[in-house]
Design a protein around this ligand. Structure first.
Ligand code: GRF
Length: 201
């Protein structure tokens, strides 16, 4: 299966997918990496792997709708079977969501702590257990149908960076597993429930 991965930062989730796809039996390969900003490590990881990249900056467009259309067109050029938003810090609009299935990861146990600061918010709330979520993106912020979750303990002297890295270790494994199963086995969505393994996509 053809993956387009969208990043906005370090790209360690992307790197996990790149590493997994070196195994031919994985069934998925990253055909392009897109970003909303230049100069991030995620783009460097793609270039190092000799994978095409594209950047679409919101500020280059007069309206959000024009950016939505632009990024959808860049993604479409690579004909993905699945788009993976892995640390991509923009909400994808209808042009993308209506054209492709989009997988998203979040470093908290949704519906708790959605949004751009899920790790910080969980820590501030004083939870003893947090985790990560892999879901299909919809038009909301971290509101799509959940596919997989895994709990991660919060330790007494955690700060945001330490806790986020502990979560990301789990998140990368969960994302690689789910992406592989989706492209190999297919999936269907009934309401808010995603069923994996219902035939090839
Ligand atoms: C991930 O934890 C993702 O869920 C969150 O930001 C982090 C991105 O990490 N939105 P990376 O860029 O994949 O290393």
């Amino acid at each position: 299966g053809r993956l387009v991965v969208l990043v906005s930062g370090s790209g360690t989730n992307l790197q996990a997918l790149l590493d997994a796809s070196t195994d031919p039996s994985y069934g998925a390969r990253v055909v392009a990496v897109g970003a909303d900003r230049e100069g991030i490590e995620g783009l460097a990881r793609a270039t190092k792997a000799q994978i095409p990249t594209f950047v679409e900056k919101l500020r280059d467009y007069g309206t959000r709708a024009e950016w939505d259309a632009a990024i959808a067109a860049r993604i479409a050029a690579y004909e993905p079977d699945l788009v993976v938003s892995a640390g991509f810090m923009k909400i994808l609009g209808a042009p993308t969501l209506d054209a492709f299935p989009v997988l998203n990861t979040h470093p908290a146990l949704l519906p708790s702590f959605p949004g751009a600061h899920g790790v910080r918010d969980a820590l501030a709330h004083g939870v003893k257990v947090t985790g990560c979520t892999v879901m299909l993106a919809d038009s909301g912020v971290d509101t799509g149908p959940i596919i997989a979750q895994e709990a991660v303990p919060v330790l007494p002297d955690d700060d945001e960076a330490v806790l986020h890295e502990r979560i990301k270790t789990v998140e990368r494994r969960l994302l690689v597993d789910i992406v592989g199963r989706m492209v190999r086995e297919g999936w269907t969505v009934t309401g808010r429930i995603v069923h994996l393994g219902t035939g090839p996509i």
